[in-house]
Design a protein around this ligand. Structure first.
Ligand SMILES: [Zn+2]
Length: 436
């Protein structure tokens, strides 16, 4: 037997032992997911971040991690009532080497209507854990914790370090979370080399990036008058109706013609998309049953959510909308508008040959005996901040759960998918640390 064959066999044996350690912790993995789900970290407003961060910090401290709590002071939404507290845990290996970082957001969106189970009870049924945030992404967070613990307990002589972070506000842009930390060097070399974000993208898929985002508010203006004599005023809502008509006629067909080469899933998101997030015109709704007073609306505001492709540039994306508005202005008397930028994210994509992408792909082949799929996400997630602020390109999203279930009623994560993904994370981290 050659030395190379021997070492390959040793590696295979070590990998089997790590996988067995992960699989043996299935009940612990489920319990940890339940514990996390039972802390209702709903954002907005950013509830219960401190107990959730402390749950993670206290657990990992007992296992030899060094814990840091970093509050995103002054970030949007940060207050003494709702402090934006992040936790970062670091386990040092026995000698210098690279750092593998698992980053999960701890915030969840509001439960909304339509649940058949308590969204914060962590109900286990039919091989699944149900609850808000199970899929997006406390199941993935729990899987990464179990993966790291199993890897550490395997007694391998690991170089480098393993980090696990629980960060806030991903659902509202990540400014008090990963962006805040990235600005302070927590997501840059030499501190961190490889990042895995366990967002719910299915156990056999490696997500290498996401589309871009542009949020904007369009306001049309009118002139207030008595509702019985609308001809004396000028309705901002009717002006907005003209904008919507033009969107349907010109903009939507144009967007459908733009198709990306990025491997975005689902396939519909390989086109440029535009969601009309909200339209508000005229008086505020009369809550409590009172009648409104009869007036012509002098203002109407629409929020648009435009998702764009890596082949598009943000200036063109904005100009298209402005062209539509200018077109309406030319054709329609009394029409005036304002366009305000709210938020933008440039598309991000890691090379599929990047070390972390390849390590995850190899681990998926070993654990699932399936060829992994490289994909991009239709929506953005915290990779944008790690790429743009941290300047760290070696970043993927990989985790259990079905993306389509995120933010839905009766959200769940499959227990088997959590276990398999934890095995994949452990093997990928081992390879990245040992360099083989
Ligand atoms: Zn998420």
């Amino acid at each position: 037997m050659t030395a190379a064959t021997q070492s390959r066999q040793d590696d295979a044996g070590a990998e089997d032992a790590i996988r067995a350690r992960v699989a043996a912790r299935q009940d612990e993995l489920v319990a940890l997911t339940q514990d996390l789900v039972r802390i209702p970290t709903v954002n907005p407003p950013g509830d219960a971040y401190v107990p959730c961060a402390e749950l993670i910090g206290n657990r990992l401290k007992q296992r030899g991690f060094t814990i840091a709590y970093v509050r995103g002071e002054g970030a949007p939404g940060d207050s003494d009532r709702y402090p934006r507290v992040n936790v970062i845990a670091r386990f040092e290996g026995k000698r210098p080497g690279p750092t593998v970082h698992f980053n999960s957001h701890i915030d969840v969106v509001e439960p909304g209507q339509g649940w058949t189970v308590d969204p914060f009870a962590g109900v286990v049924r039919d091989g699944r854990v149900y609850g808000r945030g199970t899929c997006d992404m406390k199941g993935g967070l729990a899987a990464s914790i179990i993966a790291a613990e199993a890897l550490i307990d395997s007694g391998l002589d690991l170089p480098g370090a393993i980090e696990i972070s629980g960060t806030v506000d991903e659902e509202s842009g990540g400014f008090g979370g990963v962006a805040y930390l990235a600005e302070r060097g927590w997501f840059s070399k030499p501190r961190v080399d490889h990042v895995i974000i366990p967002e719910p993208l299915n156990v056999d898929r490696v997500c290498i990036g996401h589309r871009g985002v542009w949020w904007a508010e369009i306001e049309t203006r009118g002139r207030i008058a008595h509702g019985s004599m609308p001809f004396l005023g000028d309705s901002a809502i009717r002006h907005m109706g003209a904008v919507l008509e033009r969107f349907e006629r010109d903009l939507y067909p144009a967007l459908r013609r733009k198709v990306t080469a990025m491997p975005v899933v689902p396939e519909g998101a390989q086109e440029s998309t535009l969601n009309i997030n909200s339209v508000h015109g005229g008086q505020a709704e009369a809550k409590g049953g009172g009648l409104p007073s009869p007036v012509v609306a002098d203002s109407c505001r629409m929020i648009i959510d435009r998702r764009f492709l890596i082949e598009e540039d943000i200036d063109t994306v904005k100009r298209e909308v402005r062209d539509v508005l200018d077109g309406v202005a030319r054709d329609r008397s009394g029409f005036s508008y304002e366009l305000r930028d709210l938020f933008q994210v440039i598309p991000s994509m890691t090379d599929r040959e990047a070390p972390v992408a390849q390590a995850a792909a190899r681990a998926i082949r070993k654990v699932l005996r399936r060829e992994p799929q490289f994909i991009c996400s239709p929506g953005s997630y915290d990779q944008k901040h790690i790429d743009r602020i941290g300047k760290l390109r070696d970043c993927i999203a990989y985790g259990p759960g079905i993306l389509d279930l995120a933010h839905q009623p009766d959200e769940y994560v499959e227990i088997d998918a959590m276990v398999r993904s934890a095995e994949v994370m452990a093997l990928a981290a081992r390879e990245l640390l040992l360099g083989r």
